[in-house]
Design a protein around this ligand. Structure first.
Ligand SMILES: [Zn+2]
Length: 379
């Protein structure tokens, strides 16, 4: 996939190159056969879309199963498989046409999309939308966890969900005020006791997303590759583990003056920029591309998803992908998402999610994504 050059002048999203496929074109010009051909080519790119048996890697002896769409039988090993066997889309029941439109909508949403909006636009249940979007995020996270950066890298951390929400003026608050007033009239000690009882116990845990962005050497191109990791806060131990996994030794790393990044000087050409004085140092060193990632990520939270919960890292991976592919056309991006979904999903992440969720109780078996770009089991 060739990166589209941004010529001087207008923003990339204002150019014709950004809108290579519209919903209207999809509706009028894409037949079911054409969509099926695209899906097959993305699933089996090595054989130009010819079905290949996942059990014995045969293409010659594969025949379609009569009257069963997208199902194939291998005459060599006598086993059956489908277009989506073993991938993130395993067991998918949506028609390919609908799935294609869904991916196009997601590729167009530069700051992500809420599951409820997605469900309305695609015409599926909220549950279907939620799981499909999380399957996409899981595939992006797997991809992200295997990415290695080199050259010029900027590193920083962002904190999310750290502010305590102010209580509303509602019935409970009025009742609490009345109890406090009555206790004050009775005596100072009792009033203190009531006040202590009523103090909110919830203290938000600081949650930090570490980000490292490889920056293009060409002026105006910005960040080209982004990796993300989770840490309770910016600290030396987590930062060391994060950079050892994702940044090649010898790279030039720029950070702010936070002490967590001080030890990077052992393995990297480390540059620092003191944000209390200026945002760009004397030699032009800055972490503006890392900040740019945070900007998109925060807007994704404020405007679309609101609550990241235990899937914070998956949402961070989605934001990283959107930032890295911001100058690709929407057709390319929708097909790239499809290509990622067709990668192998051996753990069966998100498969049968609502069945487990309903059977085992609320919130017990959510496929959690925690730690430094690691995927916890969905079981
Ligand atoms: Zn076979």
């Amino acid at each position: 996939m060739e990166r589209i050059r941004k010529s001087h002048g207008s923003h990339f999203l204002l150019k014709k190159a950004a809108r290579t496929l519209s919903l209207n074109e999809w509706y009028t010009e894409y037949s079911d056969e054409r969509i099926s051909k695209i899906f097959h080519e993305m699933r089996w790119p090595e054989t130009q879309g010819a079905p290949c048996c996942p059990h014995c890697n045969e293409t010659e002896c594969v025949v379609p199963v009569p009257k069963r769409a997208l199902l194939y039988r291998c005459k060599k090993c006598e086993r059956m498989f489908s277009l989506t066997s073993g991938t993130f889309l395993h067991g998918n029941k949506l028609p390919l046409r609908k799935l294609f439109a869904a991916l196009l909508l997601l590729a167009d949403a530069v700051k992500g999309m809420s599951a409820s909006q997605f469900s309305r636009q695609v015409g599926v249940q909220y549950k279907t939308a939620f799981v499909l979007m999380h399957k996409i995020r899981a595939s992006l996270l797997v991809e992200n966890s295997q990415t290695l950066l080199d050259g010029n890298v900027q590193i920083d951390g962002v904190y999310l969900d750290t502010k305590e929400r102010k209580p509303n003026e509602h019935k409970a608050a009025r009742e609490q005020a009345a109890r406090l007033k009555a206790a004050r009239e009775a005596g100072a000690q009792e009033a203190q006791a009531v006040q202590n009882d009523e103090e909110p116990e919830w203290k938000p845990t600081p949650r930090c997303i570490l980000v490292a962005r490889q920056v293009s050497g060409e002026r105006g191109k910005g960040g080209v590759k982004t990796v993300i990791g989770f840490a309770p806060c910016e600290n030396g131990v987590d930062v060391d583990a994060f950079v050892a996994k994702h940044i090649a030794t010898g790279a030039t790393v720029t950070s702010d003056e936070h002490r967590a990044y001080a030890m990077l000087i052992a393995h990297y050409d480390l540059k620092r920029v003191n944000h209390s004085e200026r945002y760009s140092g004397a030699d032009g060193e800055n972490i503006n591309q890392a900040e740019s990632y945070f900007s998109r990520f925060r807007r994704m939270q404020i405007g679309q998803n609101h609550f990241f919960g235990k899937h914070l890292l998956a949402y961070a991976a989605e934001s990283a992908w959107r930032d890295d592919n911001r100058r690709h056309s929407n057709e390319e991006n929708s097909q790239a998402l499809l290509g990622l979904l067709f990668k192998q999903n051996g753990d069966g992440l998100w498969r049968g999610f609502w069945k487990r969720y309903l059977r085992k109780g609320n919130g017990v078996t959510l496929p959690a994504v925690t730690g430094d770009s690691t995927l916890a089991s969905a079981a």
